[in-house]
Write a protein that binds this ligand. Structure first.
Ligand code: FES
Length: 122
């Protein structure tokens, strides 16, 4: 149901709250930004504060693909960017069918934007 809903905003939200940061999410975010800059893809990489999936971080959301990933490492960064560009999901770390992800997608569908709580200045 939610897989059919797409956002116009092309954003990867990376949790940089304490638990995810302790598991390397800031390095992951930086690597994602490097790849986006290198490749020139039209995707923004935002800081985000907590998806409430702290024990399985680093976590990130590809807003426009309705994709939620957990236990993401820098080695997944290129494939994540490719997914954000319309490529295939990264199955090994894809948690988009989880209860939590469906709640996040419900909030998106209701008009709540993850960027509303982002640390990124826009
Ligand atoms: S600290 Fe990242 S999901 Fe909570």
């Amino acid at each position: 149901m939610f897989d059919d809903v797409r956002s116009d905003d092309r954003i990867i939200h990376v949790c940089v709250n304490m638990d995810c940061a302790m598991r390397g999410s800031e390095a992951l975010r930086d690597r994602l930004r490097e790849i986006v800059d290198e490749t020139g893809v039209d995707v923004e990489v935002n800081d985000y504060i907590c998806f409430a999936a702290c024990e399985q971080g680093p976590n990130l959301l590809i807003e426009h693909e309705r994709a939620f990933y957990s236990e993401v490492g820098p080695e997944h960064a290129r494939a994540i960017v490719e997914h954000a560009e319309g490529g295939a999901a990264v199955e090994a770390i894809d948690r988009s069918d989880s209860f939590l992800a469906r709640k996040i997608f419900n909030m998106l569908d209701a008009g709540f934007k993850p960027g509303d709580l982002s640390l990124s200045a826009e």
